[in-house]
Design a protein around this ligand. Structure first.
Ligand code: TYR
Length: 426
């Protein structure tokens, strides 16, 4: 299978310029391709992951990915796919975001070997551009009508768009021209909302090179589809929060659980999009979904592959330990302090300042049982677990031997109400 055939199989081809020409090019040489990431936040999210993985796919097929950090374009703001004008971030903030994004790209791409990835920042060339040069040398090639007809602009005319965001497409076009001329980049890829900016860049390359319309193109554009879910809700969010690649913002455990919870109706598509499993492996998992959906083999594989890709094998192991301890046969007492913190981030917690405390008193103080009477009843009924062990003794003291990692005790009431007890350092 050629790279493009593989991408077709995965459903990853949204739009492409001159598909036949591109197919020929990709089969005949090692092609430099780029994708840009604007620093509009301090982390990339799971939506960006698809384009990062795309760069990897090209790289594995022998091509050379260039990841661009939009140090300059991030100061302007891409109107593509946005319903309203953005507020500009301070320069220092964009600088800080750029550093973060660059670090993430460095983690997820491969910078070794013959067709190693490279990183660039468009501030390095756009930052130098004088307004006179920009308007004379670049702006002259853009017709205002052409610019107005782009979706990103057209959809905003009614509610208003600043000259700043209106001009964004010229900057991204200039990047493509610059990278084509200076580094031999022949292909730009991006999400489906980037089609307008990418084709504007191709037009600029053609004009700057004095080519006629219809002449053999010097460069190509390619977009991947927007990730959609069968239930119509937005992909990449849980309870309104985005799934970030930064482990401080979304822990590997949360990331793992997010993928594990993929619907049966989406999981095969996501395996195709996000993993490097081949056609045969994917169709085997497809059979699993159809015949033994409750075992969630496909979801497990998806979660494993992606957690490893983003956070590494050790983090996957941790995420699985936490999941087992919380939902399965795992042992809470085997968890490290870090794993406990990750796994119990969302459960109610309570700080104890004493060295030890009577279990009955703890249940009341921490609000686990509503009254002392109820607390006694809960214990004698066998509804109370300390670190996974049931305790029915009303005299039970929670003390040193119940402190996990010297710091935590996990109390459970009933089937799945967890509470985290923090032993405050004396
Ligand atoms: N406009 C792209 C990012 C980008 C920036 C500069 C480029 O040259 C290319 C792409 C986005 O918002 O996702």
């Amino acid at each position: 299978m050629t790279l493009l055939e593989d991408l077709q199989f995965r459903g990853l081809v949204n739009q492409s310029t001159d598909e036949k020409g591109l197919a020929e090019l990709l089969e005949s040489e090692s092609v430099k391709l780029y994708c840009g990431f604007d620093p509009s936040g301090d982390s990339l999210h799971i939506g960006h992951l698809l384009t990062i993985i795309m760069l990897r796919r090209f790289q594995l097929a022998g091509h050379k990915p260039v990841a661009l950090v939009g140090g300059a374009t991030g100061l302007i703001g891409d109107p593509s796919g946005k319903k309203a004008e953005r507020t500009l971030n301070e320069r220092e903030v964009v600088q800080h975001f750029s550093d973060k994004i660059r670090g993430q790209l460095e983690r997820h791409l491969d910078f070794t070997g013959e067709n190693k990835a490279t990183l660039v920042n468009n501030y390095d060339w756009i930052g130098q551009l004088s307004v006179i040069d920009f308007l004379r040398d670049v702006g002259k090639h853009f017709g205002v009508n052409y610019m107005l007809a782009k979706d990103s602009v057209e959809s905003r005319i009614k509610d208003g768009i600043s000259f700043t965001e209106f001009s964004y497409q010229i900057l991204q076009s200039f990047d493509f021209y610059h990278l084509n001329k200076e580094a031999g980049v022949k292909l730009q890829i991006g999400g489906s909302d980037q089609w307008g900016n990418i084709t504007a860049g191709l037009e600029l390359i053609r004009r700057m090179n004095g080519q006629e319309e219809g002449e053999k193109p010097k460069a190509f554009g390619f977009t991947i589809p927007l990730v959609t879910k069968s239930d119509g809700t937005k992909f990449g969010k849980t309870e309104g929060n985005a799934i970030w690649l930064d482990e401080e913002k979304t822990s590997p455990y949360e990331f793992y659980q997010f993928l594990l919870n993929t619907e049966d109706s989406d999981v095969v598509k996501f395996l195709k999009y996000f993993t490097f499993l081949n056609e045969k492996e994917i169709s085997e998992l497809e059979v699993e979904v159809a015949e033994r959906a409750h075992e969630r083999a496909a979801q497990k594989r998806l979660a494993e592959e992606l957690t490893t890709f983003v956070h590494g094998a050790e983090a996957l192991q941790s995420a699985q330990n936490i999941s087992a301890a919380l939902f399965g046969k795992g042992d809470l007492k085997e968890l490290t302090g870090k794993e406990i913190k990750e796994g119990f981030k969302e459960v109610p917690s309570y700080d104890v300042h004493e060295e030890e405390i009577l279990l009955v008193d703890l249940l009341v103080a921490a609000g686990i049982s509503p009254s002392k009477r109820q607390a006694r009843e809960d214990i004698t009924n066998g509804a109370v677990y300390v670190n996974g062990d049931r305790h029915q003794d009303l005299e039970k003291m929670v003390a040193a031997e119940d402190k996990l990692d010297g710091q935590f005790t996990i109390v459970r009431r009933g089937k799945k109400k967890f509470f985290l007890i923090n032993w405050a350092q004396a």
